[in-house]
Design a protein around this ligand. Sequence first.
Ligand code: SAM
Length: 289
Amino acid sequence: MCKPGTRTALRLASEQTGLASLGRGPRDSPWRRGGTATFACTFAPLCAYPAGALLDAAAVTAGTRTLDVGTGTGTVAAVALGRGALVTAVDADAGMAAAARSAAPGAAVRVGAVPALPFATGAFDAVVANFVLNHVGVPAAAVAELARLTRPGGRIAVTIWPYPPPRLQSLLGEAVRAVAAEPVVLPRLAAEHDFARTVAGLSGLLSAAGLTEVTGRRLDWLHRTTVADWWAGAEGGIGTASVLLAAQPAATRDRIRAELGRLAEPYRNADGACAVPTAAVLAAATVPA
Ligand SMILES: C[S@@+](CC[C@H](N)C(=O)[O-])C[C@H]1O[C@@H](n2cnc3c(N)ncnc32)[C@H](O)[C@@H]1O
């Protein structure tokens, strides 16, 4: 079972990918009331899947000056270092930045928040942000900042969770609804700042920022986890669904936990772990010269 401080299992992504921190600090974000250690053993392994594709889309190879924005526990930064890139990483949360320093010791890790990052204009050949744009209050402003930091001709690549949510992200919400738990109103982006959590929506966000050679695609995979670990993440304050759980009385949470186990049954393997379909949207673009 997932124990904070380990990097074993996984899961629990935002059930509604349009949710965001609404411009407040990451501690206020509905997806992350839990600590860095809980994130490391629940959400981080889930976020790790697109790392290679993200770096490919940003053309990160040996010697590429690469910025990993919202690095979290440093997964993407570490993979970029493995390619021989010159890596800088930044996160709004000091605990995450500390974890990234351990995971990616060759990277220069700073604390800072989009859309005002502490780097010079055009300082990087490639800027990546893995599952970060879905946690900022004004996504267009965040993209503009990524573009500012990228040299002319350099590359930007970003991922988000799609909406409607893949099965992994929808299971817990379905369990909550099945036991008629108290409805919870979750904060959402202001309509004028929101965008479709689709390939077209994310690509359109990059195009609207004046970026060129925009491409987008969806990545689908099976995420391997256990119900116990999955539940540990949600109860530990990770993922939007954790907000739903926190609002429920203890007895109701027990019923939701049982319902989650029932709903996860079709995905269970012989070893007891589950392999549940999930997906990300990846988009990339070039900063015009
Ligand atoms: C879902 S996690 C993804 C972490 C990492 N990119 C990964 O793939 O594992 C989102 C990260 O973005 C950070 N974050 C949220 N808002 C941010 C902002 N405005 N500027 C920089 N980082 C931010 C959070 O602290 C968190 O570490």
